[in-house]
Write a protein of this length. Structure first.
Length: 146
């Protein structure tokens, strides 16, 4: 049986443009986030906490598709910068609760322009952005819309 090795060409892999685009988008975030003193992963943690205010680490990790090995040092750094606090749950000491602080909340005002500034760096129309957003969440098995 003859196999076509075309399936192994880099240009035929869905994973490669996804990977390359993810890296490029994060690279575009860097100078914007440097202005407010956050890394990309710290920023996505703050996005969740600006919305939810407080949650346990396990749930936060599920939201962000991050494991505790990645999240723990990240949260320690955010805590040392005064943006979040980490406390053990009174009901279950195994649960670590992360809560945004007043300083972390005030960072929101500095971050407010980041999504708009980033969008202007992307080579997509609003409709294309919406379509891509929906397709990516569909791949993740979630239904979300802009």
């Amino acid at each position: 049986m003859q196999h076509s090795y075309d399936v192994l060409k880099l240009e035929n892999q869905l994973c490669f443009p996804l990977y390359a685009c993810a890296r490029e988008v994060v690279k575009k975030y860097k100078p914007l986030l440097d202005e407010i003193g956050l890394t990309y992963t710290q920023y996505i943690v703050m996005l969740v906490l600006w919305e939810k205010k407080s949650m346990n680490v396990k749930t936060l990790g599920e939201y962000l598709y991050l494991d505790s090995g990645t999240l723990t040092p990240l949260l320690k750094k955010l805590e040392s910068n005064g943006f979040v606090s980490r406390t053990r749950s009174a009901e279950d000491e195994r649960n670590l609760i992360v809560t945004i602080t007043e300083k972390g909340e005030s960072l929101k005002d500095k971050a407010i322009e980041i999504p708009t500034r980033l969008a202007s760096c992307l080579n997509l129309s609003f409709e294309e952005t919406k379509t891509l957003y929906c397709l990516l969440y569909k791949m993740l098995g979630e239904q979300k819309g802009l």
